[in-house]
Ligand binder design. Structure first.
Ligand SMILES: Cc1cc2nc3c(=O)[nH]c(=O)nc-3n(C[C@H](O)[C@H](O)[C@H](O)COP(=O)(O)O)c2cc1C
Length: 307
């Protein structure tokens, strides 16, 4: 599965993955659900939620803390065509968290049963939960499994860091393995899978039914194909240069369809570049990130791999 990633997995970027490497499932970025808001979802969020592809299921992810507002947002998402809906119980950042949504729902989880019950009774397709291992204890997740089962959640995605940990340290897939052996729900493992070896190790270690790829996939969309054995595990420098050129060029092209003006297209493309961590191409990526306009950007992109 391609992970939900704010600022990244919009409909244009998702379409590249769908067309090129066909993840089994893709997710929207989180859609914010504000308490008491009359508009359950913004018009752009409705557009994202309605963007179904004929070949790859789309899961719409909601983030919020108010049971009624979340229920209304799920209804609205379904009205515009969403089939599968996920609730974010992991985001460790900013307003989402301080507003008791996302990962903060694990800190104070008194509303969680009501939220899950309301969503379950509203959602007609699959209902999934994306969750950290806990708020500040990595075994908290084990105490939540019964609730997830009792409220009719269809599957879980676990990113085994605590909310307090944010992105520090590493994902502890020993926790994922414990979750798998303590629930009858299908578990998808997420976190720090950036190469084939990582994916194989996590599969073997955890018994998870699937993997969700975030930063690793944004850095290298072909990771899906590498994991399936359809592309080299580790590409040569030359092949990677060609892949990067094609990928970044395509991001710019598809961003022209959804963003207005060169500045916005460039900034949004740079967010993708920020996830590309190849030591071999550090200099080239830096140049691309510094490009002040599309022409300079295209110029640097053309030279990628030749320096
Ligand atoms: C820039 C960024 C944006 C993210 N946005 C979301 C989001 O909208 N919803 C969500 O559930 N997780 C979000 N995440 C978390 C990822 O989906 C994923 O759980 C996390 O990055 C760990 O997986 P990875 O190591 O494969 O990246 C985000 C992560 C990053 C780095």
């Amino acid at each position: 599965m391609l992970a939900p990633m704010q600022g990244l997995t919009n409909r244009a970027l998702r379409s590249i993955f769908i067309d090129w490497v066909r993840p089994d499932v893709v997710f929207t970025e989180f859609l914010r659900v504000r308490p008491g808001s009359k508009k359950a979802l913004s018009s752009i969020d409705k557009l994202e939620a309605s963007c179904r592809s004929s070949s790859v299921p789309l899961v719409v992810q909601l983030i919020g803390k108010d049971p009624e507002a979340l229920e209304a947002a799920a209804e609205t998402a379904q009205d515009v065509g969403a089939e599968h809906i996920n609730i974010n119980l992991g985001c460790p950042f900013g307003r989402m968290n301080s507003g008791s949504a996302g990962g903060a729902l694990l800190k104070n989880n008194s509303k969680l049963p009501e939220i899950l019950n309301k969503l379950r009774s509203t959602i007609q397709g699959s209902f999934s939960v994306k969750v950290r291992s806990g708020y500040d204890r990595s075994d908290q997740i084990l105490e939540l499994l019964q609730l997830f089962e009792d409220t009719g959640v269809d599957f879980l995605i676990i990113h085994p860091r605590t909310v307090v940990q944010k992105y520090e340290g590493s994902a502890d897939h020993g926790v994922t393995a414990r979750v798998v052996s303590n629930t009858r729900l299908p578990v998808i493992a997420n976190g720090d899978i950036v190469c084939v070896e990582d994916g194989q190790r996590v599969f073997e270690q955890t018994g998870a039914v699937g993997l969700m790829l975030g930063r690793g996939a944004i850095s290298d969309p072909y990771l899906f194909e590498r994991l399936r054995g359809n592309a080299p595990e580790i590409p040569s420098r030359r092949d990677r240069a060609a892949e990067l050129q094609r990928y970044i060029g395509e991001v710019v092209e598809r961003y022209k369809d959804i963003y207005c003006g060169d500045v916005q297209i460039l900034n949004k493309t740079k967010a993708v570049l920020s996830q590309i961590n190849d030591t071999d191409f550090r200099k080239e990526i830096k140049k691309l990130k510094r490009a002040k306009n599309i022409v300079r950007f295209a110029d640097h992109l053309e030279k990628l791999g030749y320096s």
